[in-house]
Design a protein around this ligand. Sequence first.
Ligand code: SF4
Ligand code: SF4
Length: 423
Amino acid sequence: MRTAISPERLADPQVAAAEAEIRKCVHCGFCTATCPTYVLLGDERDSPRGRIELIRAMLESDAPPAAATVTHIDRCLSCLSCRTTCPSGVDYGQLIDEARTHIERHYRRPWHERWLRAALPAILTRPARLRAALALGRLARPLEPALSAAGLSRLAALLRLTPTRAESAAARPPAPPPEPRGRVALLQGCVEPALAPQVRAAAARLLTRAGFEVVFVAREGCCGAISEHLGRREEARRQVRANLDAWAKAGPLDAVIATAAGCGTMLKGYGAGPRPYDILEFIAQVGLPPVVRPGAMPVAYHAACSLQHGQQVRAAPPALLAEAGFEVRAVPEGHLCCGSAGTYNILQPELARRLRDRKAANINRTGAEVVAAGNVGCMAQLAPVLAAPIVHPVELLDWATGGPRPAALGPSDGVRPVPARPA
Ligand code: SF4
Ligand code: SF4
């Protein structure tokens, strides 16, 4: 695709990088079939190819972005299914991040949108504020049945995910093995340890069992993904610099490991610091500890977009679950996003609901007894509409190799009958 972006604008390396990606696009349209918003809406402007054209026109123009352009860019999930599909290797992630930054700098949104977009990172990326919000959630837990009955199932599910104080306090690294194979930082992040601390606790046990010393690095914070995807690039860069500083002061680290796939994708874009991994990618590389309690139940593996498209980690999670004894059932339309997509389900609730219901119907069709998803956003998004409980795969791997049974599965083995695989 030819472009006519001004030399002044191309002096910004981020714009130049985006322009290089635009030029790779040959308009073939292969990406449209795998784009969730095009599948739902059938509008070219809600497809990757259409959005690339809108981004090109926006970056070429000296005028503020048109409201219609902003609408179609805002509807993009940043799921990167298009990047996986594209035969020309267009790095659509680079493009959409630059488009969002450009809109943030040059387009004035209505006041209520500006307020919401400022409030989301201000609350979600600051652990103290998030903890305060979750404390309110804990107080509201008794209201969960009433909320569900009133049709507010997403809010009810968030309350269900709100940890108790005991669960929050348990998330500390175990004592290291006598002769560790290496020393790794387990990213503390901001949202996941507050909503689902059992995930980090399971990951820490599994890594220790695999022979590694696990550290939680002081003064580490949000990875920056939430701000980056809202177009708040300067804020994201501050968060990246703070994390690089924190790791530099933490002593030698062989790796930094994320349990939330969205964070892992962001870490892999840092270009500095200890080598980043998703927890499942890392365990696949260093080897699963011996299985002492084979899974023996059907699991539907939901591939988070940030893992399968953002990091191209596809085979390792189901292979690890199978190695741990679980019967892994494939989810139809597994390439499509569940609608969580960071803060998308708050900013685009109607599209997010349609994608969630479509994904849940596909998962429920597998008849699996448990659902595994490697991203806390997917877990919160899908929990209200699934027939089976949802956990992080690392909880199942920890259980199979000697850890506790995931609390979401109920009190003991064999309480519920294993559903038969549908015909
Ligand atoms: S990132 Fe996802 S929603 Fe956005 S254009 Fe690509 S496939 Fe479509
Ligand atoms: S698949 Fe790639 S080259 Fe083809 S239209 Fe989509 S982004 Fe462009």
